[in-house]
Design a protein around this ligand. Structure first.
Ligand code: PLP
Length: 459
């Protein structure tokens, strides 16, 4: 296949790949744009000045309608865990597709029971986090976890964090606290927002560790002043993804969970982005903070692109769902579950958590080297393959380099690299490649970013 991307000045290029994409024979890119304009809700946005048309995927690579190959360093926004169309996952999913697509939970089927047991086995020993309710998206899982918390505590107030993203339904939008992702409509649950551990932009102007975790401790003020001293639950991402890959100090959640529990609330860890081995060291993001939540929500990477999400909790909390009839037509459908089971097996078999730790560590080290040479990089942070590079116009004032981040995405795309961006100001380059990326892929990411950062600076 001819590589029609712009070559890197360094001579580096995409690592070779033996996969040959099938010729694309559908509507042209322009026809798709016209169809979308005519028939698709305009609220759906696309990346890039000239939207990219992706028609095929293989492991860490994507192919456009012209057959060009890209290294996918965003992975459908942290969804592709084991690789696009991973052969083992595809084989097992197709097997299920030919046997049975749908039954609903009113009949027995082995799928949900087996995957629920596997999820329980992946929870910390002795945690009693062993009962799962399956749904289809991260938003649904967070809705459901909050519902269970309200039922279990007989309270209604939810505390989330500023800078959080928990979904696009009305309840989860209320928990989300990034202005660009919130419509000005009332939420369906009362939510207050506490301060995340975003040390690079500490609202108290303090420095860790001298700050004594004022951000986490301020949760108590929020509960006492805004929630009448009673909360149903505290929901937080262990590492805020959409908010700009914010990694709080190591003790943050220990302090926060102690406060929440003192005021009778339950702790929900939103693992939609950080779960499924993405952070490398552990299977779940909360584990790196040495806490055990009362509920875990997961989606995205759990099924490598199939619509599947889950709420895992303790039996005593899950039992509240028996008070009424509750039903989710597609939640835990046999096909998504087959994909979820295969994904978990592949993550273990191919040691993808270990790979995430290794490649992520390499990326972070090399990105910090780039930071020494490119003033635009304000901070590099992350864990495993959930990495953020915050771009600033000036390292003293830390003014966000929003336009520069958008330009870097364009320049990287022209060179065969697909990146993400996040943060309230869209100035954080987000790297969340599939967990199967190789060292050569990561070296290409660094060389490409190096060139793009240089070009953006007009050098
Ligand atoms: C942390 C987190 N929670 C929840 C969601 C919502 O998931 P979904 O888009 O599947 O509803 C997202 C999506 O990006 C997320 O990143």
């Amino acid at each position: 296949m001819t590589n029609q991307h712009l070559p890197l000045r360094s001579g580096g290029s995409l690592p070779p790949c033996s996969h040959t994409p099938a010729p694309y024979i559908g509507p042209t890119r322009d026809e798709i744009i016209a169809l979308r304009r005519a028939y698709v809700n305009p609220g759906l946005f696309t990346y890039y000045r000239e939207p990219l048309c992706i028609v095929e995927g293989h492991m860490q690579y994507l192919y456009d309608d012209a057959g060009r190959r890209y290294l996918d360093a965003i992975a459908g926004i942290a969804v592709i865990s084991v690789g696009h169309c991973h052969p083992e996952v595809t084989r097992r999913t197709v097997e299920q597709l030919t046997r049975l697509v749908h039954t609903t939970t009113i009949y027995l089927h082995p799928g949900i029971a087996l995957l629920a047991r596997k999820l329980a086995e992946h929870m910390p020993a002795g945690s009693d986090l062993k009962v799962t309710y399956f749904a289809n998206s991260g938003s649904e899982a967070n809705d459901l976890a909050t519902l269970m918390a309200l039922l279990a505590t007989h309270r209604s107030h939810v505390v989330a964090l500023r800078n959080a993203y928990h979904g696009g339904t009305q309840a989860t939008m209320a928990m989300t606290a990034i202005a660009t992702w919130k419509y000005p409509v009332p939420g369906t649950v009362p939510v207050s927002h506490a301060t995340p551990g975003y040390c690079y932009r500490c609202p108290f102007n303090l420095t860790y560790p001298a700050c004594d975790l004022k951000c986490a401790r301020s949760l108590e003020d929020v509960i006492r002043n805004e929630a009448g001293g009673e909360i149903a639950c505290f929901i937080a991402e262990p590492i805020q993804g959409v908010g700009g890959v914010i990694v709080p100090p190591p003790e943050y959640f220990q302090v926060a969970y102690e406060i929440v529990r003192r005021y009778g609330g339950l702790c929900i860890s939103d693992e939609v982005q950080a779960g499924s081995g993405r952070t490398g060291d552990h299977y779940w993001g909360f584990e790196r903070f040495d806490v055990v939540p009362d509920m875990v929500t997961t989606a995205k990477g759990i099924a490598n692109g199939a619509p599947l999400s889950a709420v895992v909790t303790r039996p005593a909390i899950a039992e509240k769902m028996t008070q009424r009839l509750h039903f989710n037509t597609f939640g835990g459908n046999p096909v998504s579950i087959a994909q979820g089971l295969a994904v978990l097996d592949v993550i273990e078999r191919d040691k993808l958590r270990e790979n995430a730790r290794e490649q992520g560590g390499y990326l972070i080290d090399r990105l910090r080297e780039l930071q020494d040479r490119h003033a635009l990089i304000g901070q590099v942070r992350g864990a495993g393959l959930l990495i953020g590079v915050e771009l600033v116009r000036d390292r003293t004032t830390r003014g966000p380099a929003t336009a520069e981040a958008a330009e870097i995405l364009e320049l990287a795309r022209e060179r065969g690299l697909l990146l993400g961006k996040s943060g309230l100001d869209g100035n954080v380059i987000r790297l969340t490649p599939p967990l199967c990326v190789t060292r050569d892929d990561c070296a290409f990411i660094i060389e490409c970013l190096d060139e793009c950062l240089t070009l953006v600076n007009g050098k």
